[in-house]
Ligand binder design. Structure first.
Ligand code: 13P
Length: 306
């Protein structure tokens, strides 16, 4: 696309954003062009909070479906749009309410903690949600003798289990993108950049998390990048994160652990999709009341945790 066409696209998005009273929210893994036009870029917890507190009538959610669903759960009166309808999260799709119901029946009395990367139906069957930014705090506040079912990400669950020392029943889900990051990739990068620090996301395999200097949510990575004295940081998560980190810290050097950690779903939304979403008010995400009200209780408990 020619530069003039790009400028035109920006102008049309800006004009429609103002006319519709819309806010554009983008996850840290979105394409650089989408991050750059958003009103707010953040991790899942930041974005849930923004969606809950915004006064905008229309929320254009540039992320994957569970993120837009969470916004719709928190703001049922707003128009929440997911610009690419097919942008699913394979990790969220690994859990379903029916199997969770059977698990709950096998463990009566257990608290169900569900990672926000889950469907509205699964949230509705859960006691409390968490993100990677507050999972340890959420687990730490549960009475010590309570059984805990944690779903759907086994690696985030295993990480939290190690940090808190709490035994948990883990659902066997995983993020296919983070699974591409291997310990040998870290070893190779450490050889190439011996003075660098290594940060990884808790959705990485446990062997990868154990090799890192820090295990952080994407929001935690932004904070770490600002505060560290290291000038080179090796980043183990979806590669969209590099744009966010590099833009915020132009004097530092960010290197992906592997270039292969690309989430195809996070890359579905382009500037054109953002424009079409605003033009057509598509694709609207609506959750049936009966599910939304139960899911909202679990999400609000998470937001209250901090
Ligand atoms: P964060 O909450 O750390 O942004 O992670 C979201 C996610 O989907 C990771 O794959």
């Amino acid at each position: 696309m020619r530069v003039d066409d790009r400028l035109d696209l920006h102008e049309r998005i800006n004009e429609l954003r103002a006319r519709r009273g819309a806010v554009i929210l983008a996850h840290n893994y979105q394409l650089g062009e989408v991050q750059d036009i958003a009103d707010f870029v953040g991790d899942s917890l930041d974005l849930s909070r923004k969606a809950a507190s915004t006064s905008a009538e229309v929320v254009v959610f540039c992320g994957v479906r569970f993120m837009a669903e969470t916004a719709a759960i928190l703001s049922p009166d707003k128009i929440v749009l997911l610009p690419a309808l097919e942008a699913n999260c394979p990790l969220a799709d690994m859990a379903d309410a029916e199997r969770l119901g059977r698990m709950k029946a096998e463990h009566p009395g257990a608290k169900v903690v569900c990672y926000v990367n889950s469907s509205a139906e699964v949230k509705a069957e859960s006691d409390i949600c968490c993100t990677s930014a507050n999972a340890t705090d959420v687990i730490a506040q549960i009475e010590p003798d309570r059984e805990i079912i944690f779903l759907p990400d086994q690696y985030l669950g295993d990480y939290v289990r190690r940090v808190t020392g709490r035994p948990m029943i883990l659902w066997p889900g995983f993020c296919p993108t983070h699974m591409r990051i291997l310990p040998e990739h870290i070893a190779l990068k450490r050889k190439q950049y011996p003075d660098a620090r290594v940060i990884v996301h808790p959705e990485c395999r446990s062997e990868v998390a154990l090799e890192a200097d820090e295990v952080l949510s994407t929001g935690g990575m932004c904070r770490y990048a600002r505060e560290t004295d290291a000038s080179t940081i090796i980043v183990g998560t979806e590669v969209g994160m590099i744009h966010r980190l590099q833009k915020g810290n132009p004097d530092k050097h960010f290197v992906p652990v592997t270039e292969q950690a690309i989430c195809p779903n996070m890359k579905m939304i382009t500037l054109e999709h953002v424009l079409w979403a605003l033009e057509e008010l598509e694709h609207r995400i609506e959750i049936p009341n009966e599910i939304s009200s139960r899911a909202e209780a679990a999400v609000q408990r998470m937001i209250a945790t901090g």
